[in-house]
Design a protein around this ligand. Structure first.
Ligand code: GDP
Length: 464
């Protein structure tokens, strides 16, 4: 799988810009740089020094561009190998010429994420840190970048190492007992062992709890708008997009019949899901559309129930008011739209809205058309977001891969504890604990699993 050849790629985004960086990594990196870079003021290329010079064609010596180059010898480079970088003018034509020259001088075009993959293989970083680099690059808001940064610094790797340490301690003891103990005697270390396993299980639980928090930081708070047709859901989405910085997302929406837009409202990302597409058609009964809307609403972190204040409430309105998100920490907010028009809510409707918003669920009156009241809604949404992550550590697992492995770890720990508590079959307990250790190790270093590695590095860009 791992090839010890020298790879090359442009590390900056494609297109025109002030500069472009071409990166080389591998045993021939220095030789290739020597072949295509002529320093202006020196004979030799000094390591760790940015040098001015000319990029040249290795065959005929003709100049390609005026550049800066740096040589970073392994093992203290990004990949752990010799790495060289050339900063050229940000022209696709120049980049193409330098890449072509490097290929002719013996380099191979890098695959997606191959530089980072080499960093992992060479032990410069673990897989969690590699994922953190991808997350940092993809971060949509500051909070997401902070989370990725702490993971890159090894916060999560350290937490997993601490868990491994606890489990290993119990395993070593049990195995020592299997080898040396007198079977007739009850184990005197049993309570301490159980306590250690409980501590490990609690640590796993905290990490699993942090998964949702991490997802919210990474992707944004899922904010679902429900309401019957024409109450102004799409208009409100547009009004909210107009108040924040729109985050362009190339990920396809998770539901076919709803539209998703991600917006940064003062540092917090919200994924706005407009269920306007969930409509009763001739082939689907009204009830089915409401059921589908409820299904989408169930996944919300923040549910916005939109009502039209310029009309009396209908049965459908009242039915949609019963939608609730599944998560206990999710918030429901009621929006009475079209406040620029005279209110036609009946007294009973007003009581109904007041009743719904009595349990801490705010009701905001606004006009999606004029924008009046939208600022209050943004404040309420940010409060709901804060409440949803309240008291939970922002650092945590951020991927489904981490969560499924840790779920297996949690189950393994429960089984191991049960066997340990029975103090009957130490071999069985040891077997469980060894599995737990394997699972924990695989989260940061699944080196024997090509499929996982392909999936992770396939997400990276070329040159990373
Ligand atoms: P949706 O079906 O819930 O997505 O509703 P739309 O956003 O498509 O809006 C339905 C109609 O209501 C459109 O004609 C909008 O212009 C109008 N509308 C939406 N919000 C307001 C508002 O705040 N005030 C007024 N007067 N009209 C609105």
């Amino acid at each position: 799988m791992y090839r010890s050849d020298t790879i090359v790629a442009c590390a900056t985004p494609p297109g025109r810009g002030a500069i472009a960086v071409v990166r080389l990594s591998g045993p021939q990196a220095t030789a290739i740089l020597q072949a295509l870079f002529r320093p202006t003021h020196a004979r030799r290329i000094t390591p760790w020094t940015l040098m001015h010079g000319t990029a040249v064609d290795p065959q005929d010596g003709s100049a390609i561009d005026e550049v800066l180059a740096v040589r970073m010898p392994g093992p203290k480079s990004y990949t752990g190998e010799d790495v060289c970088e050339i900063q050229a003018h940000g022209s696709p034509v120049v980049v193409e010429a330098i890449l072509d020259a490097a290929l002719r001088a013996g380099a191979r075009a890098a695959e997606r994420g191959e530089f980072t993959r080499r960093a992992v293989i060479n032990g410069r970083i673990d897989l969690l840190q590699a994922e953190a680099i991808a997350d940092l690059i993809d971060a949509r808001v500051h909070a997401g970048a902070q989370l990725a940064w702490s993971q890159l610094q090894g916060a999560l790797s350290d937490q997993l190492a601490a868990l491994r340490h606890l489990v290993k301690r119990v395993l070593v003891e049990i195995e020592a007992n299997i080898d040396f103990s007198d079977d007739e005697l009850p184990c005197e270390n049993l309570p301490a062992r159980i306590e250690t396993l409980d501590t490990a299980a609690a640590g796993v639980a905290v990490l699993l709890e942090g998964f949702v928090t991490a997802r919210r930081y990474r992707e944004g708070f899922r904010t679902v708008l429900v309401g019957r047709p024409n109450v102004g859901k799409s208009s409100l989405v547009n009004a909210l997009l107009g108040r924040g910085r729109m985050i362009v997302s190339d990920e396809p929406g998770t539901t076919r019949d709803s539209v998703e837009e991600t917006v940064d409202l003062g540092g917090t990302a919200f994924v706005l899901t407009d269920t306007a597409g969930v409509r009763a058609t001739e082939s689907t009964a009204e009830r089915e559309a409401v059921a589908r809307t409820r299904e989408i609403a169930a996944n919300a972190d923040i549910l916005l129930v939109i009502l039209d204040g310029s009309q009396p409430l209908t049965d459908e309105d009242r039915e949609l008011c019963l939608c609730r998100p599944d998560a206990a920490d999710a918030t429901r907010l009621f929006v009475v739209n079209k406040s620029d028009l005279p209110s036609r809510l009946t007294e009973h409707d007003e009581q109904c809205v007041a009743g719904l918003s009595a349990e801490g669920e705010a009701a905001v009156r606004l006009s999606a058309k004029s924008g009046e009241g939208c600022a209050e809604l943004v404040v309420a949404m940010k409060q709901a977001a804060r409440a949803a992550v309240d008291g939970r550590a922002p650092a945590g697992l951020s991927r489904a891969r981490h969560r499924s492995a840790l779920t297996r770890v949690a189950a393994g720990l429960v089984r191991a504890r049960r066997t340990a508590a029975a103090d009957g079959e130490p071999e069985l307990c040891a077997l469980e604990l060894r599995d737990v250790l394997r699972e924990l190790a695989a989260i940061s270093t699944p080196m024997d699993n090509d499929e996982i590695l392909e999936a992770i590095f396939g997400e990276f860009c070329i040159g990373k």
